[in-house]
Design a protein around this ligand. Structure first.
Ligand code: NOJ
Length: 554
């Protein structure tokens, strides 16, 4: 099946977010510029040379707003400020100017679904049933037995309701009890949140990743959710089918309002965090492509790392994309175990090669470029509320391991923070050997592989904008596809297995030219009949244009 490029503007000028690599920074862990053991804006500013060397184009920062940090910034107490831990508004402006001076873009994380319980809106709402802001949040009377109003549960364990003795009602929170949910059925709430977003758009940010955008509105009747017959018994939140707390039809009108605001500022991007399978995800582009530019596609994170499963998932996703919609892919984030732990170290470069040669905007997670692993967090150092609130599944659900500080060098505190500081989470065990400086000096390192891959992507229009066609090779654990544009044709062959494979690419005559190998050990002419793939090897080749094919393949 062929999938044609569909940039939403003329091909000569696609919007920046279609041709840029997005890079996700967890600000607490990127670089500590002021010596308190927590990463900050000055640290990111100091890291801009490094980020530029990665050829990434858009930096997405997890929340940096004032917050009690119960969920490390996803509990916002002031949407138009900077938490002192991260710096000041002046630091922010300096960072934004530094980012823009390098031709990069900056994306902030908007958290509209819930505030901190210390936000003035909630303090007012909680102050009395008659307060004008009472209905800005979701308050309900107890059930007849005094318990919560319905059976909804929190992602962080336990009921999604907390009782407030002072006013005799429960408030809703799908995350920690310190994150009460706003009520988007109240018109003033949306207006208030839009003006918070406008504050940053006015300041020049290039867009937002919008937290849990598919949860913004809940069933008006607060009906109980049914038991999930397919629950795997692992994640307690999967016990119910979330048909009344997520993906409600009314959410689309709200997203359109956010998008309309962003559009008033020109080319600003709306990345929507939506954890849904492709058929349910697609409506979030909007019927007229007027909702999310990039509804986050989590397939590569959630699916088993098997070639056939991935091949089918890519085909399904490409086939479902609405006309004119732009794809996106991601391999890791601050909520998921590290890439290396999910796919294995032997496959990490293959996975990066897949991410960065697929059609659509890729998002990379800080540290994956040097192959960071999940950190080891001793019980007394656990910080994540998802783990603290659910000790019985902390080992599985805890998100601290994927949030450990980026090791910059082999010095004290791995160069993340000054020697006298105590990093907020422990450094990885391997940071003396696996760090930015060591890998920078090793031509065959993960870091230099990543740079070669991103440089190739950014310099090759066929990879940025070309069509995608899968190439059926009939060999287990191998994924092969082409990307082509204007007669330039690239073949990507990925061996997800640990045995070498001979591929019969009989439809191709003669030779191709290897542009990049995962081992950084091959370049130049290569025989295509057969093409030999070493175990765990990925190759990007330039192949001759081949307009007619007897087998109907590219
Ligand atoms: C999704 C974020 O990615 C996660 O880190 C956070 O805990 C929840 N939303 C709540 O904001």
């Amino acid at each position: 099946m062929a999938v044609s490029p569909q940039p939403s503007q003329t091909r000569s000028a696609p919007p920046w977010w279609q041709t840029s690599i997005l890079y996700h920074i967890y600000p607490r862990s990127f670089r500590d510029g002021d010596g308190d053991g927590v990463g900050d804006l000055r640290g990111i500013l100091q890291g801009l040379d490094y980020l530029e060397s990665l050829k990434v184009g858009g930096l997405w920062l997890s929340p940096i707003f004032p917050s009690p940090m119960r969920d490390f910034g996803y509990d916002v107490a002031d949407y138009t400020g900077i938490d002192p831990l991260f710096g000041t508004l002046a630091d922010f402006d300096a960072l934004l100017a530094g980012v823009h001076a390098r031709g990069l873009k900056l994306i902030l994380d908007l958290v509209p679904n819930h505030t901190s319980n210390e936000h003035p809106w909630f303090l007012a709402s909680r102050s009395g049933r008659d307060d004008p802001k009472r209905d800005w949040y979701v308050w309900r009377d107890p059930a007849p037995d005094g318990g919560p109003p319905n059976n909804w549960i929190s992602f962080f364990g336990g009921p999604a309701w907390t009782f407030d003795p002072a006013t005799g009602q429960y408030y809703l929170h799908q995350f920690d009890r310190s994150q009460p949910e706003l009520n988007y059925r109240h018109p003033e709430v949306l207006r208030a949140m839009l003006s918070c977003a406008a504050f940053w758009l006015e300041r020049g940010v290039d867009g937002f990743r919008v937290d849990v955008i598919w949860l913004l509105i809940k069933d008006a009747l607060l009906r109980d959710e049914p038991v999930n017959p397919d629950w795997d018994g692992v994640n307690p939140h999967g016990r119910l089918r979330h048909i009344h707390t997520a993906d409600q039809p009314e959410v689309h009108a709200i997203i359109r309002e956010f998008r309309a605001l962003f559009d008033r500022y020109g080319e600003r991007v709306l990345v929507g965090e939506i954890s849904l399978a492709p058929p349910e995800l697609m409506p979030y582009y909007g019927r007229n492509l007027d909702e999310c530019h990039l509804p986050v596609n989590f397939r590569l994170i959630y699916l088993p790392w098997r070639a056939e499963i991935l091949r089918r998932a890519i085909a399904e996703y490409e086939a479902l994309l609405p006309p004119g919609a732009w794809p996106n892919w991601v391999l890791g984030n601050h909520d998921q175990p590290r890439l290396v732990n999910r796919v294995g170290r032997a496959q990490a470069r293959v996975a990066q090669m897949l991410l960065l040669t697929l059609r659509g905007t890729p998002t990379c997670y800080y540290g994956d470029e040097i192959g960071m692993e999940n950190g080891r967090i001793p019980p007394e150092k656990i910080r994540d509320p998802q783990a603290i609130n659910q000790p019985e599944v902390a080992a599985l659900m805890g998100r601290d391991p994927q949030r450990t500080p980026l090791p910059w060098d082999a010095g004290p505190n791995a160069g993340f923070a000054p020697a006298a500081a105590e990093p907020w989470l422990p450094l990885g065990d391997d940071c003396a050997v696996r760090n930015v400086r060591t890998q920078d000096g090793d031509p065959a390192s993960d870091l230099n592989f990543f740079r070669a891959l991103t440089a190739l992507r950014q310099a090759t229009p066929a990879l940025l904008l070309g069509d995608y066609r899968e190439v059926p090779v009939g060999v287990a654990e191998v994924l092969v596809y082409t990307r082509a544009l204007d007669g330039d044709r690239l073949l990507i062959a990925l061996n997800l297995g640990s045995a070498s494979r001979h591929l019969d690419l009989g439809f191709l005559a003669g030779e191709g030219c290897i542009l990049l190998a995962t081992g950084l050990d091959l370049q130049g002419a290569a025989l295509l009949t057969p093409l030999v793939l070493a175990p765990n090897q990925g190759l990007v080749l330039r192949i001759p244009p081949h307009p007619s094919s007897p087998r109907g393949v590219p």
